[in-house]
Design a binder for this molecule. Structure first.
Ligand code: HAX
Length: 436
């Protein structure tokens, strides 16, 4: 058994045993109250699920196994001449809670490479779709088409014991993660580059090879892709793509079905599709103003027009965060280091100075600050990736790392089918009457 699987098996079995005891001894301890505003307000803040791989603080932002993004940039191994942490290292950290060595990261990169063969029927299926099909639709369908290879589904059909669920889930997760860059690059090249596909470079790590297959071999772009894949990977369990993957996985749907479901959630404009909406909105603004380098006053006027037409400002606001998103800050840091003079980057930074006070003045927006999606598109545009309908696929490839590591944990701990209680509004009115 490979080292990562062995460490995960040992750690998760210890955690499962301790948790079983803790839950038994503390089953009736209250961890919070639920008020009516939460019941009608998208369940904000209700503590109702466990997510071992990361935790989101409203002020400080995301921590992966206790590590902030700057800490990951400092501590995770950098191989292949990288200046940014490798996603392989983050996946290891999320599964085991331990920072891996350079050798561990290299071994994981090599392992994913051996698992990266995509079945021909997935490519054949994609070829049946019009090339202009939204890339997220192609991505979701391609993931489901890979389900024919699910180890979990085939072992379950043979009568797998519950104690072995995690092993099959681990295999599915590793295979799926290995194959995602291949199918994602295939979708990009068929939709936007006339089907001129680029073979994998097996000497590269997972993210750099993805950049290579997309068609960009700039060493700084490799680094951006590594950073991008790290910062988008996980954002605790309550966000729509993570929660959807978790919910569907709780029925013992395998990693392919459940991750594809998560991707369908990511494809919504209030969630991952916001990254395409941001750049679309910026290009509309530049066209309306007639200038690639607008003033803050011109930006403020366009922001107001967007709000007056009843739309949200994409890339701003968050359901949990109450400060600028550290994932935005990390991308800003990358841009400051490598491409500070680019017009499109300057525009994003001017928007950052302009939008928060305007949103704040509305008096209803709980978080006027930028989220992860406010910055990513501008860096991609700088590197020549202007096909903004593709951006959410990049987010999706990265999100696999977090939600699949979490699914391995869910199967190892033995979490049950998720099934919260719904009530009707009549039930609420009747209940309120009893409180008078
Ligand atoms: N522009 C204008 N109005 C906004 C706003 C924004 N960026 N963000 C919030 N508001 C409005 C809401 O629409 C809501 O208005 P109504 O009461 O009239 O319906 C009000 O402010 C209160 O909303 P909130 O409590 O602050 O925010 P929510 O938790 O309900 O929603 C959202 C969080 C992210 C969905 C929201 O801020 C939004 O729509 N932002 C723009 C879209 C976006 O960037 N989404 C990506 C989020 C990060 C992510 O998941 N990335 O993948």
């Amino acid at each position: 058994m490979e080292k990562l699987k062995q460490i995960f098996g040992e750690k998760s079995s210890e955690v499962r045993d301790t948790l079983k005891r803790t839950i038994k001894e503390n089953a009736n301890v209250k961890v919070g109250d639920v008020v009516l505003a939460q019941v009608y307000g998208g369940m904000r803040g209700i503590k109702s699920m466990i997510w071992e791989t990361s935790h989101l603080d409203p002020i400080e932002g995301i921590r992966f196994r206790g590590h902030t993004i700057p800490e990951l940039q400092d501590k995770l191994p950098k191989i292949n001449g990288s200046s940014e942490p490798l996603p392989e290292g983050l996946f290891w950290l999320m599964l085991t809670g331990e920072v891996p060595t350079e050798e561990d990261v290299q071994a994981l990169a090599d392992d994913w490479e051996t698992r990266a063969t995509v079945p021909q029927h997935t490519f054949d299926m994609l070829e049946q779709l019009p090339p202009e099909t939204h890339p997220m639709t192609q991505f979701s369908m391609a993931i489901v088409s890979l389900q024919t290879d699910s180890v979990f589904a085939s072992e379950y059909a043979k009568g797998m014991a519950k104690k072995d669920y995690w092993k099959a889930t681990y295999e599915d997760s590793m295979n799926l993660i290995a194959r995602l860059p291949v199918i994602a690059a295939y979708i990009y090249r068929r939709s936007f580059k006339g089907g001129d596909h680029i073979a994998a470079d097996t000497s590269l790590d997972w993210a750099a090879n993805f950049a290579h297959m997309l068609g960009n071999d700039d060493a700084v772009f490799y680094d951006f892709m590594r950073l991008y894949m790290v910062i988008h990977a996980d954002h605790e369990g309550g966000n729509a793509s993570a929660h959807t993957t978790h919910l569907v996985g709780s029925t013992l749907s395998d990693a392919y079905y459940s991750f594809a479901s998560g991707m369908n959630a990511l494809a919504g404009p209030l969630h991952g599709l916001a990254n395409q909406e941001v750049i679309k909105w910026i290009f509309e603004m530049l066209e309306a103003i007639g200038n690639d380098n607008p003033t803050k006053e011109q930006i403020a006027e366009f922001v107001q027009q967007t709000l007056d037409s009843g739309k949200v400002i994409p890339g701003y606001g968050h359901a949990v965060l109450r400060r600028p998103d550290p994932r935005f800050v990390a991308q800003k840091g990358f841009a400051e280091k490598h491409l500070a003079d680019a017009d499109i980057i300057q525009v994003v930074w001017k928007i950052f100075e302009t939008v928060p006070p305007i949103l704040e003045s509305l008096g209803k927006v709980k978080n006027p600050w930028p989220n992860v999606d406010a910055h990513s598109g501008s860096i991609l545009v700088h590197y020549g990736m202007k096909e903004f309908t593709y951006y959410t696929v990049l987010f999706g490839v990265s999100r696999a790392l977090g939600v699949l590591a979490a699914q391995c944990w869910s199967r190892a701990i033995g979490f049950p089918l998720e099934r919260p209680k719904s009530v009707t509004s009549k039930w609420i009115y009747d209940f309120l009457a009893t409180q008078e």
